[in-house]
Design a protein around this ligand. Structure first.
Ligand code: DX5
Ligand code: ZN
Length: 220
């Protein structure tokens, strides 16, 4: 059985002690670091920008998966490259220049992803699937950690997984982001998830992060 990857979202931690939280994530064995960038416009919350990513980069060799929930994506691509992002994923709703933005991110030698909000028609992704390395299926409304998983999005994971089965040339990974906990991780994996993004579940103080990462992978 395939081993799902765990992407730890640092906004689940204490935002005042990001370096400590990064260390915790590294020691947990999570496969990558998920960095939620929010601008207070595209979403109703503000987190951090390229300078913070750069600071974390200087302390870590982990894969930095940056999830942009901002407008004017194109204008920020180079800044996140310089800050040390390995992959830049942006919301498909955030720009009318999806194709150009994908191309530019690739030109800057980063992997590229598209994220899709729950209310957005998944058909919007279709013209771009062959060009991206990841699709993030949002299973909450983007903006905040700690929300409830939207069960109705499981169909969307299955839809993307079926697309990959029917078109073996499609190489993107399917990430599931929002409300992922031990109770629904298997459902996501069975539906075709390659990556599970988690903030609250991993930072739940009742168990060690290492233990939760292990369990979320289904004990593998
Ligand atoms: C939500 C973010 C998520 C968030 C997940 O807008 O994109 O990455 O950190 O948090 P949990 O796992 O708590 O739902
Ligand atoms: Zn995210």
């Amino acid at each position: 059985m395939k081993k799902v990857k765990i992407s730890a979202s640092i906004i689940g931690g204490d935002m005042c002690c990001l370096a400590d939280e990064l260390k915790k994530i590294e020691e947990s064995g999570a496969d990558m670091l998920h960095l939620d960038v929010m601008d207070g416009n595209f979403v109703d919350n503000i987190t951090f920008g390229p300078d913070t990513v750069r600071g974390l980069r200087s302390r870590s060799k982990m894969f930095f998966d940056v999830h942009l929930m901002i407008y004017r994506v194109y204008d920020y691509v180079e800044r996140f490259k310089k800050a040390g992002a390995d992959r830049l994923t942006f919301q498909v709703e955030a720009t009318e220049y999806v194709d150009d933005t994908i191309k530019f991110i690739k030109t800057c030698n980063m992997q590229v992803g598209l994220a899709i909000s729950p209310e957005t028609n998944p058909e919007l992704l279709l013209p771009h699937l062959a060009k991206v390395d990841q699709v993030i299926v949002m299973t909450v409304h983007p903006g905040f950690a700690g929300q409830k998983f939207m069960e109705e999005m499981v169909d969307r994971i299955e839809f993307l997984s079926a697309m990959k089965k029917n078109h073996p040339d499609l190489k993107f990974e399917i990430s599931v982001d929002g409300g992922v906990h031990l109770e629904n991780a298997n459902k996501c994996i069975d539906a075709g998830a390659d990556i599970l993004v988690s903030a609250s579940a991993l930072f739940d103080k009742k168990s060690s992060m290492k233990e939760i990462v292990h369990k979320m992978r289904g004990g593998r």
